[in-house]
Design a protein around this ligand. Structure first.
Ligand code: PXG
Length: 455
């Protein structure tokens, strides 16, 4: 049984160019280069139609945390699709997998979380969160509390609310920006003038929130949203002083704290959620990606009792929801995925074994002449490419050294992402030491090859 016809690589590429508009892609540019057609995957490797085996240092797109090819997941999906492939959760209906997953998520999250609202993606989770925040303050009798403060260079998805809350200038340019959204600086020490110590800089970056609240007027502010570690922005690991100060400010002003856990959630940092890693207590958490390890689409918002009790006790109907909210097959896959994470202790392993091993190997890349800084928490890391290792001066942007390096990496059997001149990685939590060694050896070799071109 085959669902997709087998074709030659060039036939796939031609059809792709003709008919398929890809996300975040310059199609004129793609026309010159052609797509790489990924045909299968197993463990920590993906395979393309030309037969290349590539170590996936990005877990797909920050999501395949348990690795590829897990037959238990396929069976869970098959069982559910046979029994009940779809039914909606509107009109007083529910299905067993979505209920069981809700119970499970209540157990895995901090004690204030006992309820979940399902979506189909991270972007939809962000939209849901925004509407919940507005609804909450309306029901609290403070409808003027509308503004949500987010960070520059944050990524919160591609829908209009996601792009607006995100801090990506090119997205704002093309999609506009919604009202009631404000941005403050990101806690990116390497990009700062580096005059302050890391810890002092963290405090200063957090206090930008306080200044913004004062400027807008505390009575107009609804909440603050941030990724525990910014992912798509370049794996920006905040100084340890940052999140406790953000928590202090949110508490002082009574505004809602929202962590966007779409990347950090489900083990990436060696804890279930980024909020757990940083010891903060959010009121809402958005999630997606690794809740199913990407095997099927699913997202959601964890709702604390502070918000949930008000929505339910005072709110009547919350006029919001999606066809695929609580999709039974996605929820069944999520349950099996979380079982695997727990039974195989993938998160403890990330915290105490494979994470520390990878962090130590990754840190060795700092010796390379092109590398100005390395950083990694759990299995989420970055390295900064610089022209001058002493002064940490970057290359001229027009050179595109990050993209050059990224292309060399994939042609040598390793996927990592380039965010400008920052190379980022988030490999599967199922990595073994041999895979870590392979990744770091390949990275070093490709840095050498990059240096030959730009050095
Ligand atoms: N929040 C965060 C923190 C994310 O990383 C989203 C929301 C949106 O999720 P959906 O499922 O709607 O895509 C994301 C998504 C990249 C890249 O290039 C990162 C994401 C998506 C696409 C590309 O690193 N993150």
């Amino acid at each position: 049984m085959t669902v997709v016809e087998k074709r030659s690589v060039t036939a796939w590429q031609e059809l792709d160019l003709e008919h398929y508009l890809h996300p975040f892609t310059d199609h004129k540019d793609l026309g010159d280069k052609k797509s790489r057609i990924i045909t299968r995957a197993d463990g920590v490797y993906i395979y393309d139609a030309e037969g290349n085996k590539i170590l996936d240092g990005m877990s797909g797109l920050w999501c395949v945390n348990i690795g590829y090819g897990r037959k238990e997941i396929v069976k869970a999906a098959e069982r559910q699709l046979s029994e009940l492939p779809y039914y909606n959760s509107f009109f007083q209906c529910a299905n067993p997998p979505s209920i069981e997953l809700s119970e499970k998520l209540g157990e895995l999250t901090q004690p204030q979380f006992n309820r979940v609202f399902y979506t189909g993606s991270g972007s939809e989770s962000i939209d849901t969160m925004l509407k919940m925040v507005w609804r909450y303050w309306d029901l609290m009798g403070q409808p003027e509390r509308k503004t949500i403060i987010a960070r520059e260079n944050a990524y919160h998805g591609s829908t209009v609310a996601g792009a607006s809350l995100g801090g990506m200038a090119p997205m704002h340019k093309q999609g506009g920006i919604m009202p009631y959204i404000e941005h403050i600086q990101q806690p990116y020490w390497f990009e700062s003038d580096r005059q302050l110590s890391n810890e002092e800089f963290g405090l200063q970056a957090a206090r930008a929130l306080e200044q913004k609240i004062e400027k807008i007027g505390a009575g107009n502010v609804a909440g603050f949203v941030g990724e525990p570690i910014q992912g798509a922005g370049g794996v920006i690991i905040p100084p340890d002083s940052y999140w406790p100060e953000i928590q202090r400010i949110c508490d002082d002003y009574g505004i809602l704290l929202i962590t966007d856990e779409v990347i950090c959630g489900f083990g990436r940092l060696g804890e279930w959620f980024g909020a757990d890693y940083y010891g903060v207590k959010p009121d809402l958490m958005t999630f997606a990606k690794a809740v199913t390890s990407g095997y099927l689409p699913l997202g959601g918002v964890m709702v604390s009792d502070r918000v949930g009790d008000v929505l339910i006790e005072r709110g009547g109907e919350f006029a919001h929801g999606y066809t695929y909210s609580g999709h039974p097959a996605s929820c069944a896959v999520a349950i099996e995925n979380l079982r695997i994470m727990q039974d195989e202790k993938l998160i403890e392993r990330t915290r105490t074994e494979i994470g520390p091993y990878m962090q130590a190997q990754w840190a060795n890349l700092a010796e390379h002449p092109l590398v100005g800084e390395t950083r990694m928490i759990g299995l989420m890391g970055a390295l900064e490419l610089v022209e001058n290792k002493e002064t940490l001066e970057r290359f001229n942007k027009d050179i595109g050294v990050g993209t050059i390096c990224r292309d060399i990496l994939i042609n040598n059997g390793l996927v990592m992402r380039a965010v400008g001149d920052t190379i980022v990685t988030a490999p599967p939590l199922s990595m073994e030491r041999v895979h870590v060694d392979e990744q770091v050896e390949k990275a070093w070799k490709c840095l050498d090859l990059t240096q030959k071109i730009v050095g």
